[in-house]
Design a protein around this ligand. Structure first.
Ligand code: NAD
Length: 492
């Protein structure tokens, strides 16, 4: 069985503490992984700090840094098939998703930041009057801790790593201990691309030990976190004593607004994707579907008919449209949430439990589920369930739909389905969401900043704004006068 070591100071580190990683579709062990303890975490932080302070990466010319990032992108693409297979084995998600989305998009992120880092880092001169010149200089933040979840292990790590490296930082990455394989597989790609030792360190370990140490250590300047709002709150509290820079990409409970004038086939198919892709384990999952009452009944019928046709199975098969959930615990949480919703009056329109198919017995599968007659004050409508479960309800008027969509603690994303472009603009402007998709879902572009509001977090990933999170802005004011006022203020 393959053993995945940690990566510290440019070296593969095998520890005596080991962990097995399983395929959630079969519960078979697929790999063994070294687990970082306090000693390895301390080493990784110390190396990242020393590497940043030594300046070997941050002082590399932007052109050379770009070249290195392009080599990482090529390294990912060269191993694309292997990485897609590994991601599917570890997460259970269909190979079609890892092959066409997760892995190529990871490479694209490195290519994107390689292409624009020089432009983003260029110093600006600001006109401030005759007596002085003002310059704005972008510098790296220092040592960045990158803490990522299990739903898009390589992709989310790449969003953060590419921007952090492009800006000149050194990093310590901690993937989820449920899905550490592709992040650890990056080590040899990073090594092969000529990134100096200590610039990138990759640790596998639990949030409670490695995650907490990274968050609280004074040598870490910034924490870029994607995960649950609950853990996000702990990180905000833990990092407060050293006033670290934070980027927080947290949970969601996003709403999709389907208007009667939509292209119904596209809206039904898009809504299926928006809740069932990646088994619904997406921060941007549209788990609240609001449909204009004139088309509510036919929309529900078409949605249910198609949801029942989704093929569940082993992610490695190209026939599979939906894999298992990530773990038994995650599935138990879903079973409890749906059970509670039903007790509180919700009606199961399709799915609702563990599939009966004997072939799926060993995996953590859960049926694509749609709930109707849900009351807005109940937990199923308010809390993120992070699985293939959507609540659907009718609305009478545009204003009502907007108000209901916005009545939520989260504000990550939203969808609008309509053929009326004026309405789409008006509704998009009124929605409380960091990303609004109109007549589509889930389109992420490295050029576009992404991130939520309210309890979905703060800060951006991707785009210019996402890149700038990894920099600090310094202004340098230089006098142009021979004798500026301060030189004789005291009359000396
Ligand atoms: P999680 O919060 O349980 O864990 C995320 C990461 O944090 C893991 O690496 C984990 O080990 C680590 N961690 C746990 N406790 C920690 C602690 N005390 N200190 C430091 N690190 C700690 O999330 P998850 O279950 O892996 O992923 C699902 C969650 O991620 C969902 O809530 C989902 O909405 C969110 N998510 C958000 C986005 C976004 O862009 N907003 C994207 C993907 C996932």
């Amino acid at each position: 069985m393959t053993h995945y070591p940690l990566y510290i100071n440019g070296t593969m580190v095998f520890t005596s503490r080991r962990q097995e990683v399983c395929n959630p579709a079969s519960q078979e062990t697929i790999a063994e992984v070294s687990v970082a303890g306090d000693k390895e975490t301390e080493q990784a932080i110390a190396c990242a700090r020393a590497s940043f302070d030594g300046g070997e990466w941050s002082n590399r010319s932007p052109a050379l840094r770009s070249e290195t990032l392009l080599k990482i992108a090529s390294g990912i693409l060269e191993k694309a098939q292997e990485l897609a297979r590994l991601e599917t084995l570890n997460t259970g998600k269909p190979i079609k998703e890892t092959t066409f989305m997760d892995i190529p998009s990871s490479a694209k992120t490195f290519e994107h930041f390689a292409g624009c880092l020089q432009r983003y880092l260029a110093a600006e001169t600001v006109a401030i009057g005759e007596e002085a010149t003002g310059r704005l200089i972008r510098e790296p933040r220092g040592v960045v801790a990158i803490i990522v979840p299990w739903n898009y292990p390589l992709l989310i790590a790449s969003w953060k790593l590419a921007a952090a490296l492009a800006a000149g930082n050194t990093v310590v990455i901690k993937p989820s201990s449920l899905t550490p394989l592709t992040a650890l597989a990056l080590a040899s790609i990073i090594d092969g691309a000529g990134v100096p030792a200590g610039t990138v360190n990759i640790l596998n370990g639990s949030g409670a030990s490695v995650g907490e140490m990274l968050t609280r250590d004074p040598r870490i300047d910034m924490v870029s976190f994607t995960g649950s709002t609950e853990v996000g709150r702990r990180i905000i509290a833990g990092s407060a004593s050293h006033v670290k820079k934070l980027v927080m990409e947290l949970g969601g409970k996003s709403a999709s607004l389907v208007f009667a004038d939509c292209d119904r086939e596209a809206a039904v198919n898009g809504s299926l994707c928006s809740i069932f892709l990646n088994q619904g384990q997406m921060c941007t999952a549209m788990s609240r579907i609001l449909v204009e009452e004139r088309i509510y009944q036919p929309f529900v019928e078409e949605f249910v008919k198609k949801a029942k046709k989704i093929t569940l199975g082993d992610g490695l098969s190209y026939e599979t449209q939906m894999g298992p959930l990530i773990s038994k615990e995650q599935r138990s949480r879903l079973i409890d949430a749906v059970g509670k919703a039903v007790k509180e009056g919700a009606r199961v329109l399709c799915g609702g439990g563990i599939p009966k198919d004997e072939a799926l017995r060993r995996g953590f599968f859960f049926e694509p589920t749609l709930l109707g007659e849900v009351r807005e004050e109940t937990n199923i409508c308010k809390d993120e369930v992070f699985g293939p479960v959507a609540c659907i309800s009718p609305f009478a008027a545009e204003n009502e739909a907007i108000k209901r969509a916005n009545r939520c603690d989260f504000a990550l994303a939203a969808c609008i389905w309509t053929k009326d472009a004026v309405r789409a603009d008006r509704v998009a402007a009124s929605l409380d969401a960091g990303t609004v998709w109109v007549n589509t879902y889930g389109m992420f572009y490295p050029q576009l900043p992404y991130g939520g509001f309210k309890q979905s977090g703060f800060g951006k990933e991707l785009g210019r704004e996402g890149f700038l999170e990894y920099t600090r802005l310094k202004n340098v004011v230089s006098s142009r006068e021979e004798k500026p006022l301060v030189s004789y203020w005291y009359g000396f």
